[in-house]
Design a protein around this ligand. Structure first.
Ligand SMILES: Nc1ncnc2c1ncn2[C@@H]1O[C@H](COP(=O)(O)OP(=O)(O)O)[C@@H](O)[C@H]1O
Ligand SMILES: [Mg+2]
Length: 350
């Protein structure tokens, strides 16, 4: 079975339940997509591209806001690649000093510096035969940029304190939420390294740019939280669903996951109500209309107005429809078009 077919299969179900995945025919291929939501056209397209680039060893630069799913897509590329049976290692380049990052990535010999009490294998070597993700690559210092460039060119690493280089067979992925072009302009990021990293560039869209992924993700995370708590997964009330769709999600999928974990705890009974959602989803007016991008279609402006009204009205569709001076049936139809009405939620009367 081609990977694309299995993506489709999983997209059909609201929550890709683990039992479904395990009992399916192509266990291996399906497991790689398990729990990955790509209902929206931009995400479906991204997953298709990830499948394509997985087949070759090219360096891929993953771009997108924090929490949008860069690491998740990196993992998918690895899982779909011929290196799937090798290691996948992600290292956060932004969190540590240059000296530490160097010995972390390249390893060191015993006595190379104070505290180096024994030889240590670096992450490049640990990832041999597999994939290494350099996360937050935009934060890397100029000295380290030069060293990374050398690894990319020579395909070998030299541990700190070692005189000889060692070959490594690693597929490199890099991720950043920074405007790397601007950093190149400023002279803070090497242009040659930038071009080496972005042989293929994948942009992970922000969650607010793909509203049809919000409810499938919400159900997925509610299901996961419930599984941990050994409880049945709660439903989302129609008001709660529309509030989720109206939120801007500055923290993207990670923020939604946290909100659903909290909602699963707060929910009394089997339904998540508006009160169970984090306060920032209920506090309004929505900043959604603060988007002054002039190049918006009428449909986009309409969608923003509808979501802002729902947010102002606590997700109440009847009140939002009255405010917008449209019928509730029209509002319902629009929301369904945005993917913001779960199939099982019944249409409100009126
Ligand atoms: N499409 C998706 N389907 C399911 N879970 C996702 C998806 N994208 C991201 N996640 C989850 O959201 C969280 C944040 O994603 P992550 O890849 O760490 O984001 P980033 O690296 O861009 O900061 C992780 O727990 C990840 O598993
Ligand atoms: Mg990350």
């Amino acid at each position: 079975m081609k990977g694309g077919a299995s993506v489709d299969c999983l997209n059909q179900s609201e929550v890709p339940s683990p039992s479904l995945v395990l009992s399916a025919g192509n266990v291996d291929m399906r497991a790689r997509f398990a729990g990955l939501v790509s209902r929206s056209p931009p995400m479906a397209q991204l997953v298709a591209m990830a499948e394509q680039v997985a087949q070759v060893d090219a360096t891929v630069l993953l771009r997108g806001e924090s929490g949008a799913g860069k690491e998740r897509i990196a993992r998918l590329i690895h899982d779909l690649s011929p290196r799937a049976h090798g290691p996948f290692i992600a290292v956060n380049c932004g969190a540590i000093s240059e000296a530490l990052l160097e010995s972390e990535l390249f390893g060191h010999t015993r006595g190379a510096f104070t505290g180096a009490v024994q030889d240590r294998v670096g992450l490049f070597e640990a990832a041999n035969g597999g994939t290494l993700l350099l996360d937050e690559v935009g934060e890397v210092s100029p000295g380290m940029q030069a060293k990374l460039l050398r690894v990319l060119q020579e395909r070998e690493v030299r541990p700190v304190g070692e005189t000889k280089s060692r070959p490594v067979d690693v597929r490199l992925l890099a991720a950043t939420n920074r405007d790397l072009e601007a950093r190149v302009e400023l002279g803070a990021f090497r242009q040659d390294l930038y071009y080496r990293l972005k042989v293929v560039e994948l942009r992970i869209p922000a969650l607010r740019e793909r509203t049809d992924d919000i409810l499938p993700l919400a159900h997925l995370f509610l299901g996961e939280a419930a599984l941990h708590a050994h409880r049945p997964a709660p439903e989302l009330s129609p008001e709660a669903s529309t509030l989720l769709g109206a939120h801007q999600w500055p923290g993207n999928v990670r923020e939604l996951a946290n909100a659903m974990e909290r909602a699963a705890i707060m929910a009394r009974g089997s339904r998540v109500e508006v009160e169970d959602l984090p306060e920032e989803l209920r506090r309004r007016p929505s900043p959604i209309l603060a988007n002054h991008d002039p190049a918006r279609s009428l449909a986009e402006i309409e969608k923003e107005a509808i979501l802002a009204s729902l947010a102002r009205n606590g997700g109440n569709q009847t009140r939002a429809a009255a405010e917008l001076q449209i019928g509730t049936a029209t509002l319902y139809r629009k929301l369904k078009g945005y993917g913001l009405i779960a199939d099982k939620v019944r249409r409100p009367p009126g």
